[in-house]
Design a protein around this ligand. Structure first.
Ligand code: SF4
Length: 117
């Protein structure tokens, strides 16, 4: 987890991150408030419909949902709240490989240090 924190704290990494990776909120995840209103995430105040007024499938496939997905795909918002980031990261092979390579490197360095103590 410390790698994730380093990744977020380092501004140059974050810049690279935002440039190359996209948020999957509204495509792979959603936020539903207690009144049935559906949003792509907890941060973006763009409602795509309400499940009390319409079937979920209709809301999910609606024109509003499509417009919000296009808005996100154009990177017009870039916050990556803590709830939304892990699922989006987990779906990005580059990020997963980068995290595992860092973890493996730290593991090997730690192992080497223990052996030569
Ligand atoms: S970048 Fe932030 S505001 Fe935009 S969709 Fe993702 S989590 Fe929501």
């Amino acid at each position: 987890m410390s790698h994730m924190v380093d990744f977020i704290r380092n501004p140059s990494m974050l810049e690279h991150f935002f440039k190359h990776f996209m948020c999957n909120s509204g495509t792979h995840s959603l936020y539903m408030d207690p009144y049935g209103n559906i949003f792509p995430c907890t941060m973006l105040n763009k409602e795509i419909g309400n499940v009390r007024e319409s079937d979920f499938d209709k809301v999910w496939m609606s024109e509003e949902a499509k417009e919000v997905r296009e808005f996100i795909a154009k990177k017009k918002c870039m916050c990556w709240g803590s709830c939304e980031m892990p699922p989006s990261l987990a779906r990005n092979q580059k990020v997963v490989l980068w995290i595992f390579s860092r973890m493996l490197k730290d593991f090997l360095i730690d192992k080497k240090n223990r052996i030569f103590k």
